[in-house]
Design a protein around this ligand. Structure first.
Ligand code: 5GP
Ligand code: MG
Length: 193
């Protein structure tokens, strides 16, 4: 696996440090809310970030998980994101924090936020580990952001390429020849959310 990596963008130490800072900011934001939070996280890319973040949050919380497919069914053409699975505690009247791996084009978060808003939470905020500012749309903002990164495709710390590399502890860029398959539209049909 190490041989597949071209360069490390963010090291595991930098990530650990920043995750603790994000948790401090979040704890501060909700310090007067004794009922705590409902965290809704998006599978599968956010799982490692979620696991690290919540262990630095000394507050009451319930955790929900949703899955989003960008390429539903046996198709090669993306049809826009669609919610495919929901496992969620009561949202109505609660402070809800959506935790995701990365804000890229914003399609995923736009969908999830719209669905959650229908359930009438008391508040709805977003925490992402990564953001690509060059692409992030104006209508989707994140309240807590770990790192702004350049517009490159990254793997590691939960983020995958073709479902691999999620377990790599750093955030890294793969050797370019490994992405060749992504330029092939059939391979690009694989859901990489
Ligand atoms: P969106 O474009 O909807 O903001 O992002 C959709 C999803 O695509 C993200 O939640 C993430 O799972 C995936 N994604 C976006 N950019 C990257 C990237 O650089 N690397 C990886 N592995 N996944 C990405
Ligand atoms: Mg994702």
């Amino acid at each position: 696996m190490q041989g597949d990596i071209q360069r490390v963008l963010i090291t595991r130490r930098q990530i650990a440090r920043r995750v603790r800072q994000l948790a401090d900011q979040i704890a501060q934001q909700y310090r007067h809310r004794p009922e705590g939070l409902v965290i809704v996280s998006i599978l599968s890319g956010a799982i490692i970030f979620l696991a690290d973040l919540i262990r630095h949050l000394p507050m009451r919380m319930k955790i929900g998980l949703v899955a989003v497919s960008n390429y539903p069914g046996p198709t090669t053409a993306p049809r826009g994101p669609r919610l495919v699975r929901q496992l969620q505690p009561e949202i109505r009247g609660r402070d809800v924090l959506v935790v995701d791996d990365i804000l890229d084009t914003g399609g995923t978060l736009r969908l999830v936020l719209a669905e959650l808003q229908k359930l009438q939470p008391a508040s709805l905020r977003v925490c992402v580990l990564l953001r690509k500012p060059s692409k992030a749309p104006a209508d989707i903002t994140a309240d807590f952001v770990g790192f702004d990164i350049e517009d490159v495709f990254v793997v590691g710390y939960g983020l995958d390429y073709d479902d691999h590399y999620r377990n790599w502890p750093d955030i890294a860029v793969l050797r370019p020849e490994l992405y060749a398959a992504a330029r092939n539209p059939r391979a690009a049909a694989t859901d990489r959310a």
